[in-house]
Write a protein of this length. Structure first.
Length: 588
């Protein structure tokens, strides 16, 4: 079981490296939020009218033979043409029996038409990739100003170079990141782990699976509550994660062994999350593992990592047991300057909330914070997002059972499941508002990956959700828009061009609070469940009409400090120069 927090604190003293900041008030000292019913916020699935008309194919629809058919795919909010409007990339899958020539399912890139609709430009872009797709992440690996695209597969992974003209080139072999073609890769993230200005690449792997020798349901038999289902992951060989170092010339080198990535306590990796959890200015890596301890790779600042997940208290359940971790996301829910973790787990368990108390220590606050109420849902995609722009991060969790065969059971929530929305009460606790958050939340769906971003640029955060053997969902946040907000797009110079790994601190002086309101977040690649959210960092500002202080700590170590920045706009901040471009949007 996890080492007690007091002992862990003595073993790992507080790290330094964060720019000086005002000491935040305890979460319990803030005024309570208004009643959720009074906010008139609703999430509506507008995917059909928006033109997201490509069905995601993944395994058998009513029965699965192998575990491979259950995991589903990720999705990305991805401004591939840099026009300031979020496009959507949907990863697609496969089926065991294959497909006739010309009818194979493939990934889809949907261009934002800036009017609430999208156009499928996959063929024109050169992205009609086929196979057992899994995850997606983006980052400008060659610093040419255009975000590139990495897709994980059961089989060979794919890296696409963004040519900057609406097309992509497959550079997988040249870059050396395709793998051996036999691995089952899942979550991924671009990360500049050595802060040399070039984005490296981390890839989680699930199971070393050979369909020729893999067990079938009848071989066990493999049962779930008396129903025969696909076997695993226990009993199957867990795979190892990969870290690729960017050589700065368009190629990568596998440094998994010398970096310490292979020396970890867990396996069966799924969701990947990068964040500076110990506030030392260096990015760490968290991996949600299925049926084994989750991993927290602490960056040792010398090209090496050490798995401290068990010591840090974020590897197990509260009673010290491994969980079936799927998705994972970071956010500072109590505004104490430390990034906390939410993780989704299997049905019959709760989803996990790990409160970061500093010094590389976490407390499991799942029950005390109010997330222990729901145990019947099986979670996948998840994330922190400020749905009411009050300056406090809320939580969304996408659910759906792993086995289609559970439709035979009356004891389960079903294969398609509704989502969960937890509203931040500003006192360290959350309120489950799922049933009053709109049809996009309450309507059951076989959800998997989920990405967050403001696709219609109206100032609130929307979600796109990938599903299994169904159509994607586009959950538009409909709200009166009475609260203010700001979005920040980072442009690195000495740091990587995407600004991935930059730590942002947003300080405002709301009218209804006695002290400064301080939020933090980071620019990150990947995250959630095999998905990619908007690279623009969004802060809700409540009643504040400007940001008093916006501080950006770049991966290079440079710090830009902006003052008195007007709300309700997107600002582009270049390292060392400050604001170089603005875009104003708002409610239509």
């Amino acid at each position: 079981m996890a080492v007690p927090r007091q002992l862990s604190a003595m073993l790992r003293p507080q790290s330094a490296g964060v720019p000086p900041a005002a000491v935040p008030k305890p979460a319990s000292k803030y005024p309570p939020p208004p009643k959720f019913a009074d906010l008139d916020i609703s999430f509506v699935d507008v995917a059909k009218q928006a033109g997201l008309n490509a069905k995601t194919i993944f395994g058998g629809e009513h029965k699965n033979k192998y575990l491979l058919e259950t995991t589903g795919c990720g999705v990305a909010f991805y401004d591939f043409d840099s026009d300031g409007w979020l496009d959507i990339f949907v990863v697609n899958g496969w089926r065991l029996e294959g497909f006739p020539a010309g009818s194979e399912p493939h990934c889809h890139l949907f261009k934002n038409n800036r009017d609430g609709t999208f156009t499928d430009v996959t063929a024109k872009a050169g992205l009609a990739h086929t196979g057992w797709g899994q995850g997606v992440c983006i980052g400008d690996y060659d610093n040419d100003g255009y975000e590139d695209l990495f897709i994980t597969y059961f089989g060979k992974n794919a890296l696409y170079h963004n040519n900057g003209n609406g097309t992509f080139s497959d550079v997988t072999d040249k870059a050396g990141v395709g793998g051996n073609g036999k691995r089952w890769s899942t979550g991924c993230a671009f990360i500049d782990y050595d802060r040399d200005g070039h984005l490296d690449l981390f890839v989680a792997n699930y199971i070393d699976l050979d369909l020729k020798t893999a067990p079938v349901p009848e071989s066990g038999p493999c049962l779930y509550k008396g129903v025969m289902v696909a076997c695993g992951p226990p009993g199957l060989n867990g795979s190892k994660n990969i870290l690729y170092h960017n050589n700065g010339n368009g190629t990568f080198t596998d440094v998994s062994e010398p970096s310490g990535i292979l020396q970890a306590n867990g396996t069966y990796g799924l969701g990947v999350l990068t964040a500076d959890f110990d506030n030392d200015g260096w990015p760490d890596i968290y991996v949600a593992d299925d049926s084994s301890p989750s991993l927290l790779y602490q960056n040792k600042k010398n090209g090496k990592f050490e798995d401290i997940g068990i010591l840090a208290g974020c590897a197990f359940s509260p009673d010290g047991k491994p969980q079936a971790g799927m998705g994972v996301s970071a956010g500072d829910y109590d505004l104490d300057g430390n990034l906390d973790i939410v993780k989704t787990n299997f049905a019959g368990d709760t989803h996990s909330l790990y409160h970061n108390v500093g010094s590389s220590n976490f407390e499991d606050t799942t029950y005390s914070a109010g997330l222990g109420l729901n145990t019947r849902f099986l979670g996948w995609g998840c994330g922190w997002f400020d749905m009411d722009n009050d300056g406090w991060p809320d939580i969304l969790i996408c659910n759906g059972h792993v086995y289609p065969e559970v439709e035979q059971l009356t004891t389960e929530e079903g294969y398609a499941q509704r989502k969960l929305v937890y509203r931040n009460l500003r006192n360290g606790k959350f309120e489950d508002v799922s049933l009053v958050a709109g049809p996009g939340i309450t309507t059951p769906a076989p959800a998997r990956g989920c990405a967050f971003g403001d696709f219609d640029n109206d100032g609130d955060v929307d979600m796109v959700v990938n599903t299994v053997n169904s159509f994607p969902q586009l959950l538009r946040c409909d709200s009166p828009g009475k609260s203010h907000w700001i979005k920040v797009r980072t442009i690195g110079v000495k740091s990587n061009r995407s600004g991935i790994g930059a730590r942002l601190r947003c300080v405002t002086q709301p009218q209804d609070e006695s002290g400064p309101h301080q939020q933090i977040d980071e620019v990150r690649s990947g995250g959630g469940y095999l998905s990619q959210s908007d690279l623009r960092v969004h802060f809700g500002l409540g009643k504040a009409e400007k940001v008093d202080v916006l501080e950006i700590r770049w991966p290079s170590g440079h710090v830009d400090t902006l003052k008195n920045v007007l709300a309700d706009q997107v600002i582009y901040v270049e390292e060392g120069k400050g604001i170089v471009r603005t875009m104003k949007f708002g409610k239509k």
